[in-house]
Design a protein around this ligand. Sequence first.
Ligand code: FUL
Length: 482
Amino acid sequence: MKIIVYLTCAIGLCLVSCSHQPEPSLPVPSPQQLEWQQLETYAFIHFGLNTFNNMEWGYGNTPASTFNPTDLDCEQWVLTLKNSGMKGIILTAKHHDGFCLWPTETTDYSIKNSPYKNGNGDLVRELSDACKKHGMKFGLYLSPWDRHQAEYGREGYVEIYHRQIEELVSNYGPLFEFWFDGANGGNGWYGGAEETRSIVAEQYYDYEKAREIVWQHSPEASIFGGTVPTLRWIGNEKGYANAAQWCMYKTDFESLNDIKTLPVGFKDGEAWLPAEVDVSIRPGWFYHKSEDDQVRTVEQLMDLYFNSVGHNTNLLLNFPVNQEGRIPSIDSNNAVQWHQKLQRDFAENLLKGSKVIANDTRSRRFNPKNVVDDDYSTYWATHDKVRRAELIFEFPQAITFNRLMLQEYILMGQNVDAFYLDYYFNGKWLPIETNEPTTTIGYKRLLRFQTVRADKLRIRFKVFKGTLCINKVGAYLAEETL
Ligand code: FUL
């Protein structure tokens, strides 16, 4: 009798716990980090004195009088970027040369001493207003390194830097991201001293305080760079993340700057620190006429996309604004066409009408059909501790496809470390030949391959920790194969 009672209790407990939401397998994203990851693509704008002087890194003494856009139109930027699928814009409010695009109280080296609008202009205001008007998120880049400031390298500058942050976050928010650039110290004008100054970045800027100031006004802002970021640099400016790519990472400053491990992440990393791929649509970050014929093509932009968003990162794509104050038409045409192609290629999830069969399902609430609905909050989950499980999609009629999208429900962690893809046709299973290893998934994984015709698709998952939670699977037929 006792045994029966125990057994009934045990089965009952198991049923209750297994129909429960799985336990998150730490580390997991904060709600803010998840929201950030869901942006997927957003834009950088590099614009400033460099634009007018054909430079990438101004020394700090370029005359403010050279900043003189003749036909500036922030709405043109915002609309172009919106039509390119960008969900937000991050502006270089101050680059390494120290020139400020807003009329700051902290220095005369700013837009107020330029001919633009006779010194009454405020570019940060103009862009933040245009973003608000068109429902675009707004973020700021404020270079910690300042080659103009006499106080740079001493305590006085850090106070100035924090005041600049305060001015920006209190006047132009809310901000979705704040960018602390990593280039630090070296030679510069420094108020006329013209010398080399080096600092210890992880101590000098007091990034803890800087983040506190940002979050006082924009608590939802993601933080790039410094010592207390909420996301990490991908470790290169070429536009790619490793195919196996973990959102988990280490938080010590050395690791945050280690270009070997940044593109990959750490399978056993202690913190959730997803990666951002920053890259320019042209070779330079700032506009140079000589690069007008080197704008990335639709095909190259597509490669960037698959190597960034498709590898579980966000893409921060830079658009250099020219001397008129416009995004040049060649850049805008390529970016808009790229976005339109993406929309066409991913318009229809061909798995939607299929029968979805799983060899293990936690409970009805976590049923495998959830992977083909478009609801982010529903997902397929297995029982706890299941380390291998598979999904089979059976089609009423054979389908052809050449793209796959997979998403883990990352609020439960990034838990998959391998997956295998097969399709069934003419009575046999054949592997899908992808051009890269199928190891990690994370927030999003995209794959390209030669078109296959299939009666069934099978995905076998291997999990190394936590519970398998798959949020979405999509198969698509893009216009051409690779
Ligand atoms: C780098 C800077 O030195 C470049 O000029 C650019 O702003 C890029 C986004 O970050 O660290």
